[in-house]
Design a protein around this ligand. Structure first.
Ligand code: BGC
Length: 454
């Protein structure tokens, strides 16, 4: 049985129906403001047009390189599109050293170009002409398919000399500086666009792409006449365009203050990008573990967990020492654990605190804390998804999803569905689909579309 006091502790994380409705209305308003030229500068859901106007047909063919930068890892991929909705992917993961994440931008791009060169050499493609799709998962103003100006860094990146610059050009220049491969950057895309494209490659009804990973964001297909910021010449021949919502920034105008908790404020205050990406800080993998850590500290202080142990102050100091000690993946592992054995939960507790056999009650308390934090994240994501699904002109809408939190959390999908059922208009038929390698296959598909358009 859970203590009433534990429930009370977590109450601020439990969104009421009224709060869900209110966040939904505020979110929809911000999307509308982001799309309109007159309100766009003040809006915090920016709704950037991506210039991707053709969804894949499934017939795309050819070999493409793809780069994926934006999460914890950086990847280089070789994608072979084979027609008949089929593709194979060969990829290599490279670490992005912490000092490169916050060092000069040129160094970061030189590192990327270096990894790219190694990859091309390993695959014996040094002399081939290779079109490349660059999945760059940060807010960008796109001026066309292959020009993206970085608005600002998120997710722990902060490289000097990149904000305000065209990242396509910076990558191109880094490749040129090496001069050892014939690679052309033909498209820049967000990971949400990659997710939407890779799902649309499989299912023609996909209209929304969502990432809940290190960061959190979504894109969707909007009618061109609603997208003021799209250049007029792109409105003549095509009816729709993918819009990158950049919903991570939602709340920067105070819209979420009525649901943000003291823990959310602390996460924000200690972050690299203070007052920014407030919705992201309540939903994304980079922050969820830290939220649980802060709640745990409060629970220890109030003697709501590990009540029997005299070592509580020692546990608290473990949690205080490092913001990252409670990893977000623990949340998934704990919610996946079986009652009353709690084997994974006990292992996590032992590794963190050296406590041999946590009691069933402690495990339940910890699980409840994790559940409330994850469920609120899933509810918020679903509020955003509902807003976008309701905007699309299609009756049947598939939502393509990716990201480590969505993928590995055992109940994130189910939590999301509960809210979608409440908020998506009754005349819509919807479903969620897991993306298969959106950042790779999606990037190749955008590159293929770009080549076709050319
Ligand atoms: C970025 C988005 C990205 C998301 C998921 C956010 O921090 O602003 O562009 O799509 O993370 O990777």
């Amino acid at each position: 049985m859970l203590d009433a006091e534990v429930r009370e502790l977590m109450q601020p994380f439990v969104l009421s129906d009224y709060q869900v409705q209110e966040v939904y209305s505020r979110f929809c308003l911000e999307v509308a403001r982001g799309l309109k030229r007159s309100t766009h500068p003040q809006a915090n859901v920016k709704c950037f047009p991506t210039y991707v106007q053709d969804l894949p047909t499934g017939d795309e063919m050819g070999k493409y390189l793809a780069l994926d930068l934006g999460g914890t890892n950086f990847r280089v991929l070789l994608v072979s599109l084979k027609g008949h909705h089929d593709a194979t992917v060969d990829s290599q993961i490279y670490a992005v050293p912490k000092d490169l994440m916050v060092g000069p931008g040129v160094d970061l791009f030189d590192h990327i170009a270096g990894c790219l060169a190694k990859f091309v050499e390993k695959h014996d493609m040094k002399t081939a002409y290779l079109p490349l799709g660059f999945t760059f998962s940060f807010p960008c103003v796109q001026l066309g398919l292959k020009e993206g100006i970085l608005v600002r860094w998120t997710k722990g990146f902060d490289c000097a000399g990149v904000e305000g610059e065209d990242v396509g050009r910076m990558l191109h220049e880094a490749i040129q500086r090496r001069g050892d491969a014939d690679i052309a950057v033909v498209a820049i895309l967000n990971d949400t666009t990659g997710t939407l494209m890779s799902c649309a490659h499989r299912n023609a009804d996909c209209r929304v792409g969502v990432i809940v990973g290190t960061g959190c964001n979504a894109c969707y297909v909007e009618d061109v006449e609603n997208v003021d910021l799209l250049r007029a010449d792109f409105k003549k021949t095509k009816r729709s365009v993918i819009v990158n919502a950049e919903w991570g920034a939602f709340g920067e105008g105070g819209q979420l203050d009525f649901v943000r908790t003291e823990y959310d404020r602390e996460v924000d205050e200690k972050s690299l990008n203070r007052s920014e990406q407030l919705f992201e800080k309540m939903t994304a993998g980079m922050y969820l573990g830290n939220l649980v850590r802060l709640v745990l500290l409060r629970a220890l202080e109030r003697k709501l967990i590990f009540k029997q142990s005299s070592r509580r102050p020692e546990f608290a100091s473990v949690l205080q020492r490092n913001e990252e000690v409670f990893e977000t993946r623990y949340i998934s592992e704990i919610e996946d654990d079986s009652f009353p054995e709690f084997a994974s939960t006990r292992k996590i507790v032992k590794n963190l605190f050296g406590l041999e056999k946590a009691s069933v009650e402690d495990c339940q308390t910890l699980r409840y804390i994790c559940e409330c934090v994850a469920k609120r994240a899933a509810t918020l994501v679903a509020i955003g998804v509902s807003g976008l699904v309701n905007r699309t002109s299609n009756r049947r809408v598939i939502v393509g999803m990716d990201g480590s939190v969505y993928r590995y959390h055992p109940k994130f999908d189910a939590y999301m569905r509960q809210t979608l059922q409440k908020l998506v208009k009754a005349d819509k038929e919807w479903d969620i689909m897991l993306s298969e390698d959106g950042s790779g296959r999606g990037a190749a598909l955008v590159a293929a579309v770009a080549s076709k358009t050319k």
